[in-house]
Design a protein around this ligand. Structure first.
Ligand code: DAH
Length: 341
């Protein structure tokens, strides 16, 4: 029996050499490979399957020869495959081949670019760049920010609520991350928190139900409005150029005292007066102020020891000003003509 099998092996090997050398394409070679080594019906595989029926001695001789042949067949297959590839002229130029259209590359969304730009600016100054949930609790979005349930300020921030979950809201601003950060890191602290926000808005060129803000906050001992103004100035000059000036005007926000509106010299006319700034020379870009003691307390920070400032520009609005985009709805429209500019 074992002599028979050794003969059969030699036969298989001789045939294999002929078939491999005679293959002219990858496809032919592959079918030769399957005929020899295929798991179900390969001729060599068939012989290997018989090994278990042999006595120990024959198993050893036939097994050794079969494995040797298998290795040789495998290297013949590999060598022939390389020859076929070389012969088929891989790498040669086929001048009759039609030209493919240029590949289309994606690009970063303008909001992403503005966000990375500002995040890097603050990261370089040692600020943490933090994230917070878009589906927030009423506590972080309103209560802890000094906006109790019956406060009229809630009217200005009507949002989307979640069915059967009366205490959850789609966050109306990124200010909620202030509280989360205070609770997690304590004072002193410097952080920014970019993110998506939602409001129940009728949309027009300036309003969207889904938009982005860029919250910032610094807490420490003896932090004052001067720190806030200096920081806003360097941020505005980074965004809009070194000649940009900043002014602060009083405005009410429940979570800061005093609250202010940060304005920059108009990015179009430089302060002379034009259509964009409605002739005033100034653009409102940022709500800001000194963090209200109640808010510090809600975040677990002692307002007698620490003070801080906070600011929350609309990231969407920054991107509009920086890149000269005049319709906010473009950002969510998914229009490639807009996005590819
Ligand atoms: N959260 C405010 C809004 O959405 C913006 C804002 C105002 C953020 C004052 C602040 C701030 O951090 O101090 O309208």
């Amino acid at each position: 029996m074992s002599v028979d099998l050794l003969k059969q092996l030699d036969g298989v090997f001789a045939d294999a050499r002929g078939a491999i050398a005679g293959s002219k394409t990858d496809v032919e070679l592959e079918s030769v490979e399957i005929d020899l080594l295929g798991r179900k019906q390969g001729s060599l595989t068939g012989i290997l399957k018989l090994l278990s029926t042999l006595d120990d001695e024959s198993k050893r001789t036939v097994g050794a020869r079969a494995n040797q042949i298998k290795t040789e067949i495998e290297s013949l297959l590999a060598a022939r495959r390389a020859e076929i590839a070389a012969l088929s002229g891989a790498g040669a130029i086929d001048i009759s081949e039609p030209v493919l259209p240029a590949p289309e590359y994606g690009a970063l969304h303008p909001i992403t670019m503005a966000c990375e730009d500002l995040s890097n600016f603050f990261r370089a100054k040692g600020f943490l760049v933090l994230d917070g949930p878009e589906l927030e609790s009423d506590f972080y979005n309103f209560e802890a920010l000094n906006i109790p349930a019956d406060h009229p300020a809630r009217d200005m921030q009507d949002t989307f609520y979640i069915k059967d979950h009366p205490t959850w809201v789609m966050r109306t601003h990124t200010s909620c991350v202030q509280i989360r950060a205070m609770m997690k890191y304590g004072a002193p602290l410097a952080m920014v928190a970019p993110g998506r926000c939602f409001r129940n808005e009728a949309t027009d060129v300036r309003h969207e139900h889904t938009f982005f803000q860029f919250e910032g906050m610094v807490i420490g001992e003896n932090i004052t409005i001067q720190h806030l103004k200096g920081m806003l100035e360097s941020m505005a000059q980074h965004l809009f150029g070194v000649n940009t000036k900043v002014r602060l005007r009083p405005k009410f926000y429940p979570f800061v005292e005093p609250g202010m509106n940060g304005e920059v010299t108009c990015t179009i006319c430089g302060g002379v007066g034009c259509k964009l700034c409605k002739g005033t020379g100034w653009l409102e870009i940022i709500g800001c102020g000194m963090i209200h003691p109640e808010v510090l307390r809600a975040g677990g920070i002692d307002p007698k020891k620490y003070s801080g400032f906070a600011f929350g520009p609309g990231l969407t609005r920054m991107a509009m000003l920086k890149y000269g985009i005049d319709d906010v709805r473009e950002f969510n429209a998914g229009d490639l003509n807009f996005l590819q500019q």
